[in-house]
Design a protein. Structure first.
Length: 219
């Protein structure tokens, strides 16, 4: 499942995995954890070579389960990776080709293990259908208007105790879309065979029903 932020992707992907009894992987959390390590090392996120050095020495741990916590070595960083500093820097870190190579290979290993052990996995990100898993049984690309996405994002932020205005969130959503869609390696875009689902006027249950129908269609 791919798409920009604020489309309801995470909520829907987790609910879908639960309904299917499948494993689940949030690849955005992996890019965020590496970004946190970069910031803690005092490295400029725009310095690709230095970012890569940090990524190579980062002990990133995440399980392919709904509700899995993200760890850097033994430290649980699940909450910290959602903070504004990481959100601001993550697009630069995720644009470094060799950082992507490392994470994609880890993601592929986790996906094939989950397929073998659990029978299937729901994976969410920006390049899952195009790069990470081009042979996925179902590829979904979620979209929504920028306005709807900013409103959802700021609701999530206030629920998590981070007060940010809708306008500031809209600016951030548009900034990240621009960066994620224009990067040279694995830009955000739908795979040719992805089903696009516009969530602007759908609630979570509406999106979930649509996805379950798509899964059923494919047997
Ligand atoms: O999904 P989330 O908003 O947590 O992702 C954070 C960032 O990680 C995205 O804005 C994007 O820069 C990067 N990302 C990526 N490829 C993925 C998942 C996330 O480049 N598969």
């Amino acid at each position: 499942m791919d798409g920009p932020s604020g489309t309801g992707k995470s909520t829907v992907a987790k609910r879908l995995a639960e309904r299917l009894g499948a494993a689940y992987l949030d690849t955005g959390a992996m890019y965020r954890a590496v970004t946190l390590a970069v910031l803690r090392a005092g490295v400029d996120p725009a310095d690709g070579a230095a970012v890569l050095r940090v990524a190579e020495s980062t002990d990133l741990r995440i399980d392919a389960e709904v509700g899995a916590h993200v760890h850097l070595a033994d430290e649980d960083v699940s909450a910290e990776i959602r903070g504004p500093e990481v959100t601001l820097a993550v697009s630069a870190v995720s644009a470094v080709p060799k950082v992507r190579e490392r994470l994609v290979s880890l993601q592929r290993r986790m996906i094939s293990e989950a397929r073998a052990v659990r029978g299937g996995i729901v994976v969410e990100g920006r390049d899952i259908g195009t790069v990470v898993s081009p042979d996925a049984a179902l590829k979904v690309y979620l979209t929504a208007s920028a306005d709807a996405r900013a409103k959802r994002r700021s609701k999530q932020d206030s629920a998590a105790g981070r007060a940010v205005s809708v306008d500031a969130t809209l600016a951030d959503v548009e900034r990240r879309d621009r960066l994620d869609s224009s990067r040279a390696v694995s830009p955000l875009r739908p795979a040719a065979d992805a089903v696009e689902v516009d969530t602007t006027d759908l609630d979570i249950d509406g999106v979930l029903d649509r996805l379950i129908a798509l899964v059923d269609e494919r047997g």
